[in-house]
Design a protein around this ligand. Structure first.
Ligand code: HEM
Length: 377
């Protein structure tokens, strides 16, 4: 992605490099190197390092990945809500406060939500693996251990996605990007006591929501804590400032929140069943936990679609439009070609990853441990 800033977004890089160059470079130097060095030690160094140093490698790997997450989110947060900059004589932006950039309040809430999303993925994957071991009656002890950790963490993390992190993100958008909020909610006309839409299809031609099912006054309440608060609709903003693909933004947002609600329901039931001692024999629930592991990947992807589609038509919100940022010499066809190339490469890597993961799952921790022990002896 960092290369793409230079190749496909040259005008944007020239405009904003003086600000985002900071966080991108820090991501590359501190976090990425820390991350890649320690993942190597973590995966291959167990025998040589011994337990304590191996634990330390795991911890530093965690620090590296979460630090790299911070710097990349701070970069994106600046594009969503620019702070700590001044406009230079040549029209580009230059950083005036490093701390304003890295401690942007948008970044704080975005980071809380984004990293929470990663924890949800991990928790669902661990509990799915636990459910698989218990259901297939192999390595049942490990299965129960995975299940306990996955369900407890999954329950806390799923609630965290709604409150406080998702709620804070929503409030920030209401304050700084009100037109985005209107598009996310499919609200065409300004309303006192605006409803929260559960389902419905935005009809862009007729400027209305078809077949809507909604909770009256709820959007006003969750946004402004008043049942009759005014929420501004899309039609109140100039057309050129509307997000460029309102239906996709609306659907992405509703899929994310719908899945988030489902995660809370699944994990709360599982946590209650675990507490009562019923979980390990409740096959129906184990099947649900096992099969739902891909869903958090979907939620994260649509979540990012919400953040990026919601920022349109701006690259840097309110300052610099997307249509002005691309490299003039790179055509749409070139971009599509390289995108397909990357998609192909990632498909191959994903297949390889799935193959290796399935092999590891099949071997299980016990046999892996025994294998290593034998090699060590
Ligand atoms: C349960 C209710 C949820 C609410 C109210 C909520 C709210 C939001 C909002 C308002 C945004 C847009 C931020 C922006 O435009 O910058 C967002 C983005 C995002 N959401 Fe959610 N979300 C929820 C659930 C989830 C879940 C379950 C996941 C994943 C497991 C998720 C992952 C993401 C990601 C990755 C982003 C983009 C990065 C970011 O801005 O943090 N969300 N969410």
């Amino acid at each position: 992605m960092e290369f793409q800033f230079g190749t496909n977004w040259a005008v944007f890089s020239k405009y904003a490099g003086g600000v985002i160059g900071q966080t991108l470079a820090m991501e590359g130097t501190f976090a990425f190197f820390l991350e890649s060095a320690f993942i190597g030690l973590f995966l291959f160094g167990e025998k040589r390092l011994g337990q304590k140093l191996h634990w330390l490698a795991a911890f530093l790997l965690f620090v590296g990945t979460w630090l790299s997450g911070w710097f990349i989110i701070a970069t994106n947060a600046w594009m969503q809500h620019p702070v700590g900059y001044e406009v230079a004589a040549d029209g580009s932006v230059q950083l005036t406060s490093f701390w304003a950039l890295v401690l942007n309040h948008w970044a704080i809430y975005q980071y809380m939500h984004n990293m929470g999303g990663a924890v949800v993925v991990g928790a669902f994957a661990v509990s799915a693996l636990g459910a698989f071991y218990i259901l297939s009656k192999r390595k049942v002890e490990y299965g129960q251990m995975f299940m306990k950790v996955g369900v407890v963490v999954g329950c806390i993390a799923s609630i965290w996605m709604l409150f406080p992190s998702g709620d804070r993100q929503g409030k920030m958008i209401a304050e700084h990007q009100p037109v985005t909020l209107a598009a996310m909610e499919g609200l065409f006309d300004t309303k006192d006591g605006a409803p929260l839409v559960l389902i419905g299809q935005p009809d862009m031609e007729k400027q209305r929501l078809d077949n809507a099912i909604h909770i009256p006054n709820m959007l006003s309440f969750i946004t402004y804590q008043r049942w009759d608060a005014k929420v501004r609709g899309l039609n109140e903003f100039p057309k050129e400032d509307h997000p460029t693909n309102v239906p996709l933004l609306y659907y992405s947002f509703h899929i994310m929140v719908g899945l988030g609600t489902m995660f809370i329901a699944i994990m709360s039931i599982a946590a209650f069943w675990l507490w009562r001692g019923w979980l390990f024999s409740a096959n129906w629930l184990l099947w649900i936990l096992m099969l739902s592991f891909p869903l958090p990947f979907v939620a994260n992807t649509v979540g990012w679609a919400v953040a990026e589609l919601g920022r349109q038509p701006w690259l840097v919100y309110g300052l610099f439009r997307t249509e002005h940022g691309h490299s003039p010499l790179v055509s749409g066809g070139n971009v599509l070609f390289t995108l397909l190339g990357f998609a192909g490469m990632y498909t191959i890597l994903s297949l390889l990853y799935i193959f290796l993961m399935l092999r590891r799952i099949d071997q299980g921790a016990d046999e892996l441990g025994e294998g290593m022990q034998a090699e060590a002896n």
